[in-house]
Design a protein around this ligand. Sequence first.
Ligand SMILES: *[C@@H]1O[C@H](CO)[C@@H](O)[C@H](O)[C@H]1NC(C)=O
Length: 267
Amino acid sequence: MGSDSFGMMMCIFVGCLAAVSAGNFNEEFDITWGDGHGKIFNNGQLLTLTLDRYSGSGFQSKKQYLFGKIDMQLKLVPRNSAGTVTAYYLRSQGPTWDEIDFEFLGNLSGQPYTVHTNVYSQGKGDREQQFHLWFDPTVNFHTYSVLWNPQRIVFSVDGIPIREFKNLEAIGVPFPKNLPMRVYSSLWNADDWATRGGLIKTDWSQAPFTASYRNFKADGSRAWLLQQMDSTNQRRLYWVQKNHMIYNYCTDTKRFPQGFPKECAVH
Ligand SMILES: *[C@@H]1O[C@H](CO)[C@@H](O)[C@H](O)[C@H]1NC(C)=O
């Protein structure tokens, strides 16, 4: 396929029918900060972000997306990554923005990463769930996905759903569905909070810290817009939530002494 006809297929989901964006970091993303700490290799097939004591780095998608299935493969900072945070998220513009977050909190060598998730609608988040993964995310690339359609947001890892945020507008919970979002990622130092309140400081003798990205895909085809949770995926979600979830805002009574947010009754 010539690059022109390929380019024509890649359009913003808004107003597009079979919209699939795939692959090339040069075409799909801009490195937006880090003064040379973010780099694209192999003709756009691989992107790396690095962090050292002088700077972190980050990138963002050129396009905005309104619904779809967004996949990215990440290989996280290996060895002693305590204090580093790799954020990978979708976010809209403006003061009442929507946001769908994955954040990967590094740890000491051999200790598990924490996968932190959150959903903001109309500028309000406070909906954290955290997980430990069932594999070491620093050895190989793994696929982190967000399925976002008008009925639900599903976070998944290697195709296994870890969290579902349903559209509960019917009971008065705002749901992100009007504002298109860009895809963002950044690697930065957060040793003041990411290590359970700053318990462990970043070991700069390990720098530069590197996170790698490949195989970006954003698919807005109709099947994803209608996608539901089938019973297999329900079972998998339950397995992850039962065995790998380490924090759920919906069970944090200390934090919500006046009662849990409305969606907690259903989720
Ligand atoms: C790091 O490892 C410890 C010990 O296994 C674990 O309790 C903690 O949740 C991990 N993650 C972070 C960010 O500290």
